[in-house]
Design a protein around this ligand. Structure first.
Ligand code: FAD
Length: 538
């Protein structure tokens, strides 16, 4: 027995007899045909796409389909005798115990719903450990719609208006997470992401309504007779960090059943933390559209030969992103030069736009202003003043007084200046060239780092096909929350905020749904009892 916590009580078949099952099936059929009509309209629109874009899209979709398939394909054959039917009909099963799944579990558990929380990892909330460089940037006091991107921004705002930053702070407090405000960026007071993960875990494991099963890899979901069937491969081999228990290495396959299903499997980002896009495959089973997933908040690649020489340098800059020669976005922050390209929070913020442009085969370049606090005139005045005092200094030593040493030869080359030229001998146009080089230093971008390095996945399950409570338009009782949905936030606590908000909103809606089903169910049972009572009397 490897379930860590919770009750297990068979409820029999009574819950299956829903009075309005026919009605609900009708709704699905209507919505499915609406979905087909939508698809037709989409096909018409697609005809107008250029051939190139279609090819790129096809290639990407094939890659994605392979990845999705890989995530659901059976990796090991499981002997039939190891196939175990779980006898419980759970109120709710949550697939994926990340930030969204854990928050949803708490929302359901609070209302004494019988919740089964499954995760393929050895412990819940593992990705949280690496967030905010191990400090976990929980949320941000600055909340504006522009910090969240989605195909349906109004639905994101609806969710955030129900459970936003203020409510998240209350949740942290209730979990015993005391927070710290760093210029609006909220961190745990301990500045240790582990304390956040543990606070969630402690609360979940102490709730008898919630059962957490680690090492449980869900590979198939379906709905039969108003009940969801969830198939998972489980391995009892590795030590379970949550309990310290050691399994016996046995591989089993389990079939679970539930009334409501919440998918919180994240996207593709952070594959080390169990994310392989399997939630998209589950959504597809029920006819959902997946908005093309792409890495976001990631480093950018360049083939500039000087990168090997400047790798490891960190410096401040204002960065302008240019697409096809047009400046489109600016960010200021620390640059982290690497041998493959450029990284750092400011680059992450720009990466979403750069990646879109690269995918559309547009020309992408970054321009750096290494002294953004000074105008070009002020820079020139400063250089001339310094040169006045250091006429005999060669230009390499001169610029080393201003910029990181490894970057100096590269700056001089960009300005067309020789390292050994003496500062006192430079002509005015040469000083202007230096001003230009440090104000508008170019880096051509030709790629981006993949999901291993990306903090989030943009794209995912379209919010246009989910209700305001994140329930599927096509399949009642099926919910999606967190990164698996097509929402990605800017860097600064917005992605975790979305996970907490969407997890809670979905969790609360599930509670409501299950309670209504239970009422329906009781009603049916009472009606049936009434009939049998009348029959008995006859
Ligand atoms: C390095 C890094 C740093 C970050 N820093 C921050 C930050 O400081 N602030 C911020 O706001 N955001 C940050 N993020 C983003 C943030 O962590 C995510 O957006 C957020 O955790 C998403 O939560 P989620 O619950 O939707 O998904 P996840 O946290 O990805 O959880 C999904 C869970 O589902 C499980 N799972 C997946 N498929 C299956 C399956 N088939 N069967 C069983 N289990 C499955 C996985 O094991 C995983 O535990 C960072 C991300 C990374 C990678």
């Amino acid at each position: 027995m490897r379930q860590i916590k919770g009750r297990e009580k068979t409820q029999g078949n009574s819950r299956k007899s829903f009075t309005n099952a026919k009605e609900r099936k009708g709704r699905i059929r209507e919505q499915e045909s609406a979905g087909q009509l939508n698809n037709k309209a989409k096909t018409q629109n697609n005809i107008s796409l250029s051939k190139n874009r279609i090819k790129t899209e096809k290639r990407h979709n094939q890659r994605m389909a392979k990845q999705i398939q890989k995530s659901t394909v059976e990796k090991d054959r499981i002997l039939p005798e190891k196939l175990i039917q779980d006898s419980t009909v759970w109120d709710t099963i949550i697939v994926g115990a990340g930030a969204a799944g854990m928050t949803a579990a708490l929302a359901c558990g609070k209302e004494k719903q019988k919740v089964l929380l499954l995760d393929r990892q050895n412990q819940m909330g593992r990705k949280i450990l690496v967030t905010g460089n191990g400090k976990c940037n929980l949320t941000n006091f600055a909340q504006k719609p522009k910090y969240y991107r989605s195909d349906c921004p109004e639905k994101v705002q609806k969710v955030l208006s129900v459970f936003g930053q203020k409510e998240a702070m209350e949740l942290f407090q209730s979990l015993g997470i005391y927070t710290k405000d760093k210029n609006g960026y909220v961190y745990p007071y301990s500045e240790q992401a582990a304390s956040v993960r543990e606070a969630f875990e402690t609360e979940i494991l102490s709730n008898p309504s919630i059962t957490f099963v680690p090492f449980s890899e869900v590979y198939n979901v379906q709905k039969k007779e108003d009940v969801f069937l969830i198939k998972a491969k489980e391995q009892l081999g590795q030590s379970e960090q949550s309990t310290g228990k050691q399994g016996n290495g046995e591989k089993i396959e389990k079939v679970y059943r539930c009334q409501s299903l919440l998918v919180t499997t994240g996207g593709f980002a952070g594959p080390k933390f169990g994310c392989d896009g399997s939630g998209y495959a589950f959504a597809k089973v029920f006819g959902h559209e997946i908005i093309k997933p792409l890495p976001a908040l990631t480093a950018l690649k360049s083939s500039a030969p000087f990168l090997k020489k400047v790798s490891g340098v960190r410096n401040q800059a204002e960065i302008t992103l240019e697409i096809d020669g047009e400046p489109v976005k600016k960010e200021t922050g620390e640059l982290q030069w690497t041998d493959y390209g450029i990284s750092g929070v400011a680059i992450f913020q720009l990466s979403r736009f750069a990646i879109t442009a690269l995918e559309e085969k547009k020309k992408v370049a970054l321009y750096f202003d290494f002294m953004p606090e000074l105008s070009s005139k002020e820079k020139l005045r400063l250089f001339l003043m310094l040169a006045q005092n250091h006429k005999k200094r060669d230009m390499l030593s001169f610029v080393k007084g201003l910029f990181p040493a490894k970057l100096c030869p590269v700056i001089l080359r960009e300005a067309g200046l020789r390292e050994e030229t003496l500062a006192g001998t430079l002509k005015e146009e040469e000083w202007n060239a230096l001003v230009m080089a440090v104000s508008h230093f170019p880096l051509r971008i030709n790629g981006y780092m993949g999901y291993e390095k990306a903090q989030v996945t943009r794209g995912g399950i379209s919010l246009t096909e989910l209700t305001g409570n994140l329930e599927s338009d096509f399949q009642p009782g099926l919910f999606f929350a967190g990164e698996v949905a097509d929402v990605d936030g800017t860097c600064g606590g917005y992605n975790l905020q979305w996970a907490f908000s969407s997890g809670t909103v979905a969790g609360r809606a599930i509670v409501k749904r299950n309670q209504e089903l239970f009422k329906d169910d009781r009603h049916t049972m009472e009606e049936n009892d009434g009939i049998s009572e009348r029959n008995r009397r006859r």
